[in-house]
Design a protein around this ligand. Structure first.
Ligand code: ZN
Ligand code: ZN
Length: 163
């Protein structure tokens, strides 16, 4: 889906409202498709002080296993989308800018890469998830285990040396 930006670039319209839904159910993250319901993107493309800008919010439900305890976790994300858009004929030195070819903007591609960049590096069921015991595999959020913390053999030798 592409947006025709000519009217904003020429100053004919002040802003183009955006209220779109995108299907990103094909997006794959470590073997699963975490975004099964459509993403909603609400915002606008507008000209202010001679600069054309896209400002929007992408909201969606993300469902995936917790990176520590593997519990299936559902979270709603709201990722801010903020880009300055330049005409392809303009100065292209700035890599921060989105260059619109033929004054068109491919919103879906842009949103897709923003969402991938905006996702947290660690997806956790809760901030302080204790994860699984590496020895017995118990979920330490709900159970306690009697395993001692694993000590790496090499480090054990080294700590003997320092004793
Ligand atoms: Zn967890
Ligand atoms: Zn254990």
């Amino acid at each position: 889906m592409s947006i025709d930006l000519r009217s904003v670039f020429s100053g004919k319209t002040q802003s183009i409202p955006i209220d779109e839904k995108f299907d990103f159910s094909d997006l794959e993250v470590s073997g699963i498709n975490p975004i099964s319901s459509p993403i909603s993107v609400v915002g606008s493309v507008f000209m202010r002080a001679e600069v054309v800008r896209l400002e929007a919010t992408a909201s969606f439900v993300y469902k995936a296993p917790c990176d520590r305890c593997c519990a299936i976790t559902e979270k709603t994300f709201e990722i801010p989308i903020d880009h300055i858009i330049v005409n392809s004929s303009a100065d292209e030195d700035e890599s921060d800018f989105i260059v619109s070819e033929n004054m068109e903007l491919d919103l879906e591609d842009l949103i897709r890469s923003d969402i991938i960049l905006g996702l947290p590096f660690l997806f956790l069921c809760k901030e302080d998830c204790k994860g699984l015991c590496p020895k017995c595999g118990k979920n330490l959020n709900t159970e306690e285990c009697i395993c001692k913390p694993e000590v790496d053999e090499r480090w054990a030798k080294l700590s003997e040396f320092y004793d």
